[in-house]
Design a protein around this ligand. Structure first.
Ligand code: HEC
Ligand code: HEC
Ligand code: HEC
Ligand code: HEC
Length: 492
């Protein structure tokens, strides 16, 4: 084969042909590149092209007119047609699946019914369903459910908002979690709309306004996906217990210091801490957060459609989008990545179940000790151990996705939970023996939700009757008032 240089020496005009051919190719590549950049900036261009959105506009469909791709994908959070191994995405009856939970929560409404969460667009419907049970609740329960919350807070003041009852704001708060919860209407920048997060930062001497764009891609979620409590019997002031740190041990110390109790256990009489959903706190202990990967990277991956890059607003289990959510950073195939997720979840589930088992024993043995005349003094240390064991178990159990987000931290927390529950049982064995009781204490049949509830003496038929009558009559009224309010907006 002859070399190119030899050919060119023979036919010098060929060099010019090659030169111009290269020129044309470079020009075409340039044109193509420019067109991609133009399409990319189309999303930015859209912000300016559409009519302005009012500050605090709570209606997602109004934003949706300006940003159809984001709105269309956001509405898919309604989709419950797929489920992952541990109930990701769909709402499942957790008591049916894990009847031991009925015993652990004896004394709390969750022992009667507890469903795992689902997508954002279901938020209003689901909180209405769960609070229909009749017990009066403060308006604070609305805080993480709707973009109407910052709007009403601005109108009446934050402290005043928390002091209201849940029912008194029922007709104001009707739009499910949406655009105005995370975006500034004028600039579309990510923004923090919930005062509790801003205040928690302030108490630690930090200014959340100084957070980087990357940090904001997790902090918008930390407005709601965190541990919190209602401070004050009258005030119900939503507060994050982070003053001594965000790890489970520091929050435990905080709650012990302020003497916080969510409910007194029906069997063991322990003052129990109920964990909410410390998703952000636990995930900060994981390798992804520590490498700067944000919630949004996995739960709202970039998509491309006709050359336009946009953020997928179907906030959901990333199992739905392994390609977009994981394979942008990892080279492994889908099956391997899915196996990585499930492996971690399986192992942490094993530890969770062990902790649940030991805690059920501890509560029932404590009840037996009380029944046989154990004294407050004898039981003090036992109750502290049970309180801490259950808090640690619940911190992991209630944090959705934790077993993937930070598996090592979950294993550490559960190991300390099991250790404390076993230590309580050790003390209980001594107390029971001193009271002349035979060991081991026999457990009742707790193999189904119904059996566990029957053991506690709940009559679920009576309960559903209460549920049917209360508020049921209120909700259509709220919907009607909301429609009227909407009509007023339109007429303006
Ligand atoms: C590296 C990827 C990744 C990051 C970063 C990440 N998650 Fe997750 N998340 C997952 C996976 C995987 C699951 C498990 C999904 C399943 O079980 O179907 C999950 C589960 C969840 C769930 C439960 C979802 C369900 O459908 O049950 C929630 C809620 C959640 N994550 C919130 C967050 C929040 C909030 C952050 C940031 C503080 C975050 N995640 C960061 C990958 C991630
Ligand atoms: C205004 C409060 C709020 C904000 C902000 C928020 N969430 Fe949620 N999120 C919720 C609530 C409440 C639910 C449960 C809704 C239900 O079950 O009806 C939920 C559900 C979810 C689920 C589905 C959980 C399941 O079990 O199927 C995922 C995943 C999730 N959120 C991730 C995120 C991520 C990621 C962010 C940040 C980009 C975020 N959320 C921001 C309140 C919020
Ligand atoms: C839970 C928080 C959250 C909610 C709710 C939310 N967004 Fe976003 N949105 C984000 C995040 C995070 C980004 C990525 C921003 C970034 O990194 O700069 C984003 C990006 C955007 C962008 C920029 C273009 C793009 O796709 O990346 C638009 C436009 C947008 N959202 C519109 C909406 C609309 C419309 C709604 C309501 C239907 C909405 N968002 C609801 C968090 C949210
Ligand atoms: C933005 C990049 C990024 C995304 C998105 C991402 N990862 Fe990672 N992942 C990392 C980095 C960085 C590490 C830490 C290892 C390292 O530094 O090499 C890691 C570590 C891991 C590990 C090992 C963690 C351990 O337990 O030791 C697994 C498993 C993993 N990722 C799975 C996933 C899955 C599944 C998804 C999608 C749901 C995902 N990752 C999304 C960057 C990413």
């Amino acid at each position: 084969m002859r070399r190119i240089r030899d050919v060119i020496t023979e036919k010098p005009w060929l060099a010019w042909v090659l030169f111009f051919a290269t020129l044309i190719v470079v020009f075409l590549v340039g044109l193509f590149g420019a067109s991609i950049i133009e399409r990319r900036s189309e999303t930015q261009y859209l912000f300016k092209a559409t009519k302005p959105i009012n500050p605090m506009e709570p209606r997602n469909q109004v934003w949706g007119e300006a940003f159809p791709r984001e709105w269309e994908t956001y509405q898919r959070t309604l989709d419950t047609t797929f489920a992952t191994k541990y109930g990701g995405n769909i709402s499942i009856d957790m008591l049916e699946r894990y009847p031991n939970l009925v015993i652990l929560w004896a004394g709390y409404a969750f022992a009667k019914g507890y469903n795992q969460g689902r997508g954002h667009m279901h938020a209003i419907e689901d909180v209405r369903n769960s609070l229909r049970t009749g017990s009066p609740q403060p308006a604070t329960c609305w805080t993480c459910k709707s973009p109407d919350v910052p709007r009403v807070m601005k109108k009446m003041g934050v402290a005043e908002f928390y002091k209201q009852t849940w029912t008194s704001l029922g007709q104001e708060i009707t739009n499910p979690i949406g655009c105005a919860d995370c975006h500034d209407a004028q600039t579309l920048n990510l923004t923090i709309t919930r005062p509790a997060l801003v205040e928690a930062f302030q108490r630690q001497g930090k200014d959340i306004k100084k957070a980087s764009h990357q940090e904001m891609r997790s902090l918008v979620c930390a407005q709601c996906h965190v541990e919190y409590y209602f401070k004050g019997k009258e005030e119900h002031y939503l507060t994050f217990p982070w003053d001594q740190g965000i790890v489970v041990d520091s929050i435990e110390k905080y709650y012990d210091r302020v003497n916080h109790v969510d409910f007194v256990h029906y069997l063991s009489r322990t003052p129990i801490l109920k964990a909410q959903h410390p998703d952000w706190e636990i995930s900060q202990m994981g390798i992804h957060a520590q490498r700067g990967v944000t919630c949004v990277d996995c739960h709202m991956p970039y998509m491309t459609e006709g050359g336009v890059k946009y953020t997928n607003h179907q906030i959901v289990s990333p199992v739905k989008y392994i390609t977009e959510a994981c394979q942008v950073c990892h080279r492994q195939d889908k099956e391997t990545l899915l196996k990585n997720i499930y492996d971690r979840q399986d192992k942490i589930r094993e530890l969770l179940s062990t902790a649940e088992e030991v805690l059920v024993h501890a509560h029932i043995e404590a009840k037996t000790a009380w029944d046989h005349g154990a004294t407050e003094e004898q039981m003090k240390e036992v109750m502290t151990l049970i309180r801490h064991a259950q808090w640690r178990w619940d911190f992991v159990a209630a944090s959705h996705g934790a077993s993937f987000h930070a598996p090592i931290e979950c294993a550490r927390i559960l190991a300390t939970s099991i250790q404390r529950a076993e230590a309580a049982r050790g003390r209980l064995a001594a107390i029971l023996t001193s009271l002349g009781e035979k060991l081991p204490v026999q457990l009742p049949d707790l193999t189904t939700k119904a059996k566990a509830q029957a053991y506690l003496g709940f009559d679920m038929r009576q309960f559903s009757k209460e549920k049917a009558s209360f508020i049921q009559s209120e909700i259509p009224k709220w919907d009607k008032q909301a429609q009227e309010r909407e009509a007023q907006f339109k007429n303006r």
